[in-house]
Design a protein around this ligand. Structure first.
Ligand code: SF4
Length: 375
């Protein structure tokens, strides 16, 4: 088996990635939100230029797959007309911001996120995967999601926290983004090829005490499909949003906007709770605890097809299931109760670990797995 290739950059709209089925074109929604009209326009583009499915990533971005190289430029023109494209590729790359999805228009989370978006040009040069989390709701929702610099609330007020450090420094709203930029500068002046993420850098080199001292507030419960004050959450198995079904759901539910999350959940703002076969509407559905990357033939590194096996095995696994086309484990960076890793057309089994961990069994076929006790 060949070692998985680790890409040093993230695909964007301007700089798409070539995959097994064509280009992957990533759209980064501002404030994790698309107006209904933008979302409906994106659904049409997924059908016209892509494979008819929009992928929701674990960075809360949206991806069109299967785009022909000749269609890239016309697609960019259409994305720009929907106001879903940054004019400058350099700004698009930096707009790597996770936003706690339960914000209200104009509240602290929305204001801080907008200011950060407006000041992306002030950030120093940073590694491509370096990102930010604006997690300033009453309870933290993004603590388990990848980010290098976090704005959070503590018992004493707003704090700025370097990922990998337990406490952060108190900041006023007026100075929060100045401090965030200063912390990004400290990182950019100190990181090495081995420490390209904040948690790795602070493990190797002490973060100055000025950036520490205040513990963040409590972590909130995980969100799940169903109604909330803002509308209705729907789940997307493996992060896949069938474009036609999504457009229909937006229209029939009366939603004013679509919000995206890093947890394979979309929120239809003001949207009614409807039964929708193409989406997960029940929080206990095992597909909500199952991750599977695109696998073969969609990803050139995949050693096996993934999603049919994941769907078949999901009800048979209690806890989290991760089916990965290779040892890179793109669909879930953390551990799962059961992880299946593609290797030369079969699966290796890792219990309570990550895709790159040592398997306890090797060379399993999907048929063998169906007859095994995986609980
Ligand atoms: S984990 Fe899946 S998507 Fe990622 S490189 Fe391997 S096969 Fe491709």
């Amino acid at each position: 088996m060949t070692a998985p290739v680790v890409q040093g950059w993230c695909p964007g709209a301007h700089r798409p990635m070539m995959s097994g089925d064509g280009l992957v074109v990533r759209v980064r929604p501002r404030l994790a939100r698309l107006e209904a009209e933008q979302a409906l326009g994106l659904c049409k583009l997924a059908e016209r230029f892509g494979n008819g499915t929009i992928d929701l990533t674990n960075r809360a971005n949206l991806q069109l797959r299967g785009v022909a190289e000749d269609d890239h430029q016309p697609l960019l023109t259409e994305l720009a007309s929907l106001n879903l494209l940054d004019a400058e590729p350099g700004i698009e790359v930096r707009r790597n911001i996770l936003v706690s999805p339960l914000y209200q228009a104009g509240d602290l989370t929305a204001r801080l996120t907008q200011e950060l978006i407006d000041r992306l040009g002030d950030l120093p040069a940073l590694p491509a995967k370096f990102g930010f989390a604006i997690d300033t709701g009453p309870a933290r929702l993004l603590s388990a999601d990848s980010a290098d610099i976090r704005l959070e609330t503590s018992h004493d007020g707003l704090i700025l926290r370097a990922d990998g450090v337990e406490t952060g420094c108190l900041v006023s709203e007026a100075e929060a983004i100045d401090h965030l930029i200063a912390l990004a500068r400290w990182f950019s002046e100190n990181f090495t090829p081995e420490t390209r993420r904040m948690a790795r850098l602070v493990a190797a080199q002490d973060l100055p005490q000025d950036w520490q001292g205040h513990a963040p507030g409590p972590v909130g419960s995980a969100l799940e499909p169903g109604g909330c004050d803002l509308g209705t959450f729907y789940g997307a198995a493996f992060g896949q949003l069938p474009a036609r079904a999504l457009a229909e759901l937006i229209e029939t539910s009366g939603a004013a906007a679509l919000r995206v999350t890093p947890w394979r959940l979309i929120l239809l703002e003001g949207g009614a709770a409807l039964s929708a076969d193409a989406f997960v509407t029940d929080g206990t559905d095992p597909l909500m605890t199952t991750d599977a990357c695109p696998g073969a033939p969609l990803c050139p590194q995949a050693q096996i097809a993934t999603r049919d096996t994941a769907r078949a095995l999901a009800p048979r696994v209690s806890g989290g299931l991760h089916v990965s086309g290779c040892a890179k484990g793109c669909a879930r960076m953390g551990p799962a109760d059961v992880t299946l890793v593609g290797c030369n057309g079969r699966f290796d089994l890792v219990k309570h670990g990550r895709a790159g961990d040592e398997p306890c069994q090797r060379g399993l076929t999907p048929e063998t797995l169906m007859s095994m006790d995986l609980t």
